[in-house]
Design a protein. Sequence first.
Length: 651
Amino acid sequence: MGSNHRGEGRFGLLHPSQAGPGNLQNKGGVAHLFRMPSRLNVFLAELRRRRVTRSVVTYLVIGLAAIEGADNLREPFSISDGAIQALAVIFVAGLPIILALAWAFDITAKGIQKTKDLPEDPQLSPWERTALLRKAGLAGPLLAVILAFAASIWVWSILKPGPAPAAALTDVYVDSLAVMPLANLTGDPSFDFIGIALAEEIINELTQIRQLKVPSRHSVEVLSRQAYTIPELADTLRVRHMVEGSIQLMGGNTLRATVQHIDASNDAHLWSNQFQGGADDLEELYERVARNVTQRVVQEIPGISAPPPDLGGGRGERTLGSYQLGKHWLGRRTPEGLRRSIAQFQLTLEEDPEHALALADLSSAYALAMNYRYDVGHEEYAMAAEALNAAESAIRIAPNMAGGYASRGYLKAIIHAPVAEVRADLERAAELQPNAASIPSWSARLLAMDGKPEEAFSEAMRAVDLDPLAAGRHIAVASLSIQLGRYDDAIRAGGMATELEPELAMGRALVARAQFLRGRPELCALMDLGPHAVIRATCLQELGEEEEALAIVDSVTAELESSARVDSTFTDVLRMEDLAAFHAWTGNEDRALEWIDRAFQHSPAGFERRLYESALFDPVRSRPGFTEAADRLFQGRYRSVQREARGLSSR
């Protein structure tokens, strides 16, 4: 059957070729379907006429480049995460504003003027023109929302934190509690040490409870000097419970300690207690307070169990000012800090040669000085022997004290003792005091040596969680991250260590190495690396600045080969290690082996295995004979220290 309407197809609709102005108007709403492409074209033309697209693209290019540039320069110019996040927020918030301004105004030779309305289109009816303008008015904000959302996703991809390797930490503990140094209300500054010592005694008791997270002494001591409220302290330390208190003189020789337990999540005071004791027998007071507080905490917090009784004994008097000063400086990990801690522990041992705590901490201080490449005035093989003897004396005096085993295990790890011996000491320390921050931090080395990288990283992060304000915990994470190829983690951890202790050259060195291995040598080359000038030379070499790089390497080499000392803060091992890494990266295996050998001639901790196992040595690792020759250089150092230690003991 034919149609009564020429030009119409099936269902009575006009073919688009027949869609003239008159026909469209006659067909009304049905014919409107064939005007949609035309309306879209008109709207797109209007966007172009108002230069909205050009304005938005320009804004996106400039804004995103600024954010990316700030992110790339955060390390060399110390740009904080907060500043970059603020820039990103401003960028996203400004996008709808730019869209609105671009739609409404135009920049002309006469200045900024309001954009003229859409000109009349004879093909559009008044109804269609009104609908089109209404849709165009809605499209601008809609487009702004879509672009802002897309930009937000892109910005978040830049600023989002890396994977939280310690996310499982919440599964490790049942609950968390921090013990603050007791406030000294006596009016006598010499009693400051008593409040710190009391807190440390309580902390040491509570860190034996495997299910309870207890931040270490260093972090709580740092925070105790700040004017923070209880909720602020708990938030900073990421704990739920707080134990705090004060000490007062009650007349004569009587000291009163007041201790209270607070649930910081709701500021509820769970209990408080007072203890009195003679100032001439403070150790008895410490033990009584710590034992009572531990019992009350176990009663109040479900799911945790009391620690085993202390069977070690003979740990030494905590109140000695020299010992407490030594502990304070040991936590800093700076050159001055380790020198002072060694001197204070030596003073303590002059007064009490059987002070097990001071012996264990002196051993740790010696080992840390070797690991950080600090010159503390001792020949390093002899210093390692003294450290070994001190740790073994601590174990002999207090066989159930974790500190002796932890310090001996750490020393053995950095002087390349057999893995089985390192494991035995650190596992025993963890059994006695599982939540003392140094133990998971140092155990991370063992796990990496055992070929368990993820477990190693988790333990290193657990140590940070237990001692967040200790730069050394972040240094350990950064060093391990370099070894494991987790360069973003290394940059964050090294930057945090430097922020906490600006004197730590190692923090900046680790950030520089991570930037280099991450493929950003230009950032490494901009950094002030102090004694680590050869790391900067490695970055310059990668950038093609070979002449400048070799000038630095030749200068450092000449200094090391001369008899004159050029640095009283760091040992020559630091530069030897950096030179070995430079030559390894540039493919000169003979020179790399030479500098590893020379580093070990100076120190049993002469070359950091985590650096040796990093990607810096990939260019030479597969070359015939290199690995075997390097492994031979690592071997035998521990036996040399043992022989020297026996010689010292027999004198």
